[in-house]
Design a binder for this molecule. Structure first.
Ligand code: PMP
Length: 404
């Protein structure tokens, strides 16, 4: 008789997570990323989308996407270097480079692919001829996005993690680990995705200069949001043209998907033949590409969208603070409510849902252990009444779970 084989160890972990209620079960929306979403025919208020300016449903963006669909069809059919470079990719790259104030831009299929491809190839111990070059070292904020962490890991370079936004710790680590034989990179999120605070870019840029390191900023959550023209945290701090590697995504305020790196023309050309996630992945969908081109125009034509986003963030954050919640260091459209334990954060999401609000919890590994939270995100389209409703529900959830 054949012996019954033991369950695979990975199957065991999944079963354990499901039975303990810790397995994440995303809601399934019957419409798009709008302030109100439909689940099983019922309407819920959504406070969790990175569609910050509502561009996924902007008439100009939709019209551009439909035109592109008619003209180019549904896909590109190849990676950029083979046969997947369309004129709209070049138009979009030029437009992003201009907004960001540097020479060139390279589009990737996603923000995740951008960080992994750019960071790993920048830090590579080999040049394009396969010859050894100076070793690299990367200094990375402890709360940087997972895609930055994965880029660092894929590079096999030495990774030094500094305390979150802590310039003193960064300086001490630069003094300890950086030297003239190394190629140094300092990398930080612009707006941090789970905390909603802003990196101290001027101080980091000064340290980068002093220690001869290249600097990289991830503007995923700040492009289209911060700065006079919506170019991001680099513009917010008047550092345009001074940050060598300006990375971002088109998946959030720009309302589509895709990622990019803006840099000088030599590094851009380097990434085009060294970043594996660029070379070996099909190029950005033409429909998305056209939507982003139109979305960038809307960002310039309708600065009121950015202003409303910031107002909405301020209203929600100040209301939560007044109620006694800990919103950590948030100053932007991303507003966490700290719950601490996984079980409380999960219970909070359920209570919000029962009250008709989508307010996801985020837990390790997205945030450090014991800092589980509800991550609220506002959009320009949320009305003051909708934010008031969220505040009322937050108060009752917070009281029920004993955190206020
Ligand atoms: N960087 C940051 C800071 C992010 O928050 C995200 C997305 N969550 C990414 C990169 C990855 O971008 P994408 O979703 O476009 O792959």
């Amino acid at each position: 008789l054949a012996q019954k084989s033991a369950a695979h160890p990975l199957e065991e972990t999944v079963k354990k997570l499901i039975s303990s209620g810790l397995y994440p079960m995303p809601h399934v929306f019957e419409n798009g990323a709008e302030p109100s979403v439909i689940i099983n025919g019922k309407e819920y208020l959504l406070f969790a989308s990175n569609n910050y300016l509502g561009l996924t449903h902007h008439p100009k963006v939709i019209a551009a996407a439909k035109d592109a669909l008619d003209k180019y069809g549904t896909g590109t059919g190849a990676s950029r270097l083979i046969a997947g470079t369309f004129e709209i990719h070049k138009i979009l790259e030029a437009k992003i480079a201009k907004l960001k104030g540097n020479e060139d831009c390279v589009l990737f299929p996603s923000g995740y692919a951008t960080n992994v491809g750019v960071i790993s190839s920048f830090l590579s111990p080999l040049n394009l001829f396969g010859e050894k070059i100076a070793k690299s070292i990367v200094f990375s904020d402890e709360f940087n996005h997972a895609s930055i962490i994965d880029g660092c890991r894929a590079s096999n370079a030495e990774v030094v993690v500094y305390k979150h936004t802590d310039l003193k710790d960064l300086e001490e680590k630069l003094e300890k680990f950086m030297n003239a034989d190394l190629r140094g990179l300092i990398v930080t999120d612009g707006i941090f995705s789970m905390d909603g605070d802003i990196a101290p870019l001027p101080g980091i840029a000064e340290l980068a200069k002093k220690h001869h390191c290249t600097m990289m900023v991830d503007e995923a959550h700040s492009t289209g949001v911060l700065g006079v023209k919506g170019a991001g945290t680099v513009e917010h701090f008047n550092l345009k043209g001074q940050i060598e590697l300006d990375m971002g995504t088109c998946s959030k305020a720009l309302g589509a998907n895709g990622g990019y790196i803006v840099t000088n023309k030599y590094l851009a050309n380097y990434f085009r033949i060294a970043a594996r996630s660029y070379m070996f992945s099909t190029s950005l969908n033409p429909v998305s590409t056209a939507a982003i081109i139109a979305g960038l125009d809307v960002v310039q034509e309708e600065p009121n969208l950015r202003a409303r986003l910031i107002q909405n963030g301020d209203k929600l954050r100040s209301g939560l603070k007044r109620l006694g919640f800990n919103t950590l260091t948030s100053v932007t459209q991303i507003i966490p409510i700290l719950f601490g334990s996984d079980s409380k954060a999960i219970a909070a999401s359920k209570l919000f849902f029962e009250a008709g609000i989508i307010a996801p919890n985020v837990r390790w590994p997205a945030v450090p252990r014991n800092s589980s939270r509800i991550r609220l995100v506002v959009m320009s389209q949320h009305t003051p009444e909708q934010i008031d409703r969220l505040l009322n529900v937050s108060e009752s959830v917070g009281k029920k779970l004993g955190i206020i």
